[in-house]
Design a protein around this ligand. Structure first.
Ligand code: GUN
Length: 284
């Protein structure tokens, strides 16, 4: 059965819209975007549309690829200090002459709506409630919850060890409340098929189109596809959906699965940033 990420994301967005309207909240999200990077423009466009639908103000600054690291750091510093801005996104990837880690470290952790800053990663690991969680893993966990997929004691296999998907998911799903037994596979892992065959829940986030085949999964597995790849001019995931859809008990399509949930969680995080800042200003 397909997991309809779009429908779940719409439920979350509607709840946010009502909360923002009923409380006269004024959340504001600032985007920094490399102007000549087409996929980034596309993603930011979708994020801006979702902000508008929900009642979140978005501010976008397009930057030339020639911008220096120091110039970008100065812009981030200004946004950090701007009391009207609750949340900041520097859309990746950045040009090769800019160190993405330096940029992530420069964002005020309280405005780090991507949840990429080590302070937020660390808070998530020690289970601090006010941690801003990275949007894709947060969206995957929410999707499993909304689909009533039990994770306690289940074998979860994640393929891909990125800092923004695989590693945070390992932390979230193995933590208290989710209580799964999690295996994290990567490009040097051995016996990938044996691990996958043993998985109750598979999360594919490695960026190789149609990597997961029906022969690799067990009957009734839940399959979550985080991949966004291009194959023969089509948008596809890391899972061979056509092959796996009848063997999986639940499966996310690409597009329309995890993607809309990532955007919904970005909106959730933006409102969280706004409410945290309101609370902080009230207690001054
Ligand atoms: N580029 C692709 N996905 C993302 C994301 O979630 N956040 C940022 N900042 N850049 C991205």
């Amino acid at each position: 059965m397909d997991i309809n990420g779009r429908a779940h994301a719409n439920v979350i967005k509607e709840k946010l819209r009502e909360e923002i309207l009923n409380n006269s909240y004024t959340p504001t999200l600032a985007f920094f975007l490399m102007e000549d990077h087409e996929p980034s423009s596309l993603y930011v466009g979708m994020k801006e549309r979702a902000c508008k639908e929900t009642g979140i103000t978005s501010i976008k600054e397009s930057l030339p690829a020639t911008i220096t690291e120091n110039e970008l750091l100065a812009k981030i510093d200004r946004a950090n200090k701007d009391s009207k801005i609750d949340a900041i996104i520097v859309q990746m990837p950045l040009p090769a002459h800019i160190d993405p880690n330096k940029i992530i470290l420069a964002i005020d952790p309280s405005k780090d709506v991507d949840g990429f800053h080590p302070i937020n990663i660390g808070k998530a690991i020690i289970g601090e409630k006010d941690a801003l969680l990275p949007c894709t893993p947060h969206g995957v966990c929410k999707l499993l919850e909304m689909e009533h997929v039990e994770t306690t004691g289940k074998n979860v296999v994640i393929i891909g060890r990125s800092n923004i998907v695989g590693r945070p998911l390992l932390n979230m799903l193995s933590g208290k409340g989710k209580d799964a037994t999690v295996t994290l596979l990567h490009s040097k892992s051995k016996d990938i098929e044996t691990h996958l065959k043993n998985a109750d829940i598979i999360i594919a986030a490695l960026g190789i189109p149609h990597f997961v085949k029906a022969s690799m999964i067990k009957q009734g597995a839940v399959v979550i596809d985080v991949g966004i790849c291009h194959l023969d001019g089509k948008l596809v995931g890391d899972v061979d959906y056509k092959q796996c859809k009848d063997k999986a008990s639940k499966i996310t399509p690409v597009p329309g699965g995890v993607g809309p949930m990532t955007i919904a969680m970005l909106l959730v995080n933006t409102l969280q940033c706004h409410k945290n800042r309101l609370k902080a200003s009230l207690s001054l």
